[in-house]
Design a protein around this ligand. Sequence first.
Ligand code: FAD
Ligand code: NAP
Length: 313
Amino acid sequence: MLDCAIIGGGPAGLTAGLYTTRGGLDNVIMYEKGLPGGQITMSSEIENYPGVTGHITGMDLMIPWPEQCQKFGLKHEMAEVSRISRREDGIFLVHKSDGTSEEAKSVIVCTGSTPKRAGFTGEDTFFGRGVSTCATCDGFFYKNKEVAVIGGGDTALEEALYLAKICTKVYLIHRRDGFRAAPNTIARVKASENIELVLNAVPEEVFGGAMGVDGIRVKLQDGSIRQIDVPGVFTFVGHNVNNQVLIQEDGSFLCEMTPWGEVKVDLNMKTSIPGLFAAGDLRESAPKQVVCAAGDGAVAALQAIAYVDGHQL
Ligand code: FAD
Ligand code: NAP
């Protein structure tokens, strides 16, 4: 039986793997359906991971992480987990997509979340080269430049406010004239001097060349097309939380979730189920940053060690 099963091999899962094994758990497997590293490996540049300077890609950042964990005994299995269940005796079962399963005393779920795509022409072509889903990650690249933000929810408006502090101007493009965001956030956006609202505007196409994005074309309510020349386009049209492994056979979740499908945790990354922890982008209020996911993984691992040892921290 495993002391701990870690589901997902991004920054949260790899850090959980490092801390559980180095902290004394003997039998720990990290299940990762692809190559370890997580979604940051898609980023062409990361400049906000502390202590790492110079031009470095997300892949460069993550390459040494698995080796460091394996040195302390973390086992990596390239397998997709389909479901986590818990028996009445408190032992977890890790069900894999190949039909086999493994018993575990504790589980740390680190399966992340995936930003949704808006679906306009050029979005995929220019993703990472001018189209972004992360203002904290990429906003600085547009310091003193103009950018466009797409979306009308809390995330879009909050990120537009964040970008407005860095950029000279933010075009907030929304397909309706009513926002989903909280009223006080809407008021702050409307009061911002360098946010222009582009409403009833459906993104049609992001265009550019070898150097990246040159602008975006949106279709207005009267059918006309407006071209906005910007080097950066940020889309915030919602997230898919990768919570499928927590869905039980009867359709319920194994632990308590927020209405948006994120895992509810306390400050120790404990879920509502003893022995089950969640870390990284899939937990509630996640800042969706590598450094935070790694921190979560360390916290969850320390708690898992205490749980397996039979005492609570
Ligand atoms: P993830 O990195 O999403 O890792 C989850 C892992 O779980 C994945 O590898 C996935 O394959 C695996 N998995 C999922 N389901 C299963 C399953 N059922 N079975 C087995 N494995 C599974 N953050 C920054 O701090 N700075 C940046 O500059 C930055 N730039 C970014 C640029 C891009 C393009 C993107 C997409 C993200 C960026 N981020 C950045 C955000 C950062 O990548 C995430 O916050 C971080 O990776 C979250 O880590 P995680 O471990 O929680 O999840
Ligand atoms: P969201 O509330 O689902 O909003 C997504 C926005 O994107 C909507 O305005 C939607 O337009 C627009 N959109 C969706 N698909 C689109 C497409 N293909 N093209 C153009 N626009 C598209 O997502 P979110 O803002 O990420 O928020 C998710 C949840 O987290 C929400 O419940 C939110 O309240 C919560 N949240 C809370 C806070 C906070 O409390 N501080 C912060 C962030 C998020 P329509 O409105 O027309 O559908």
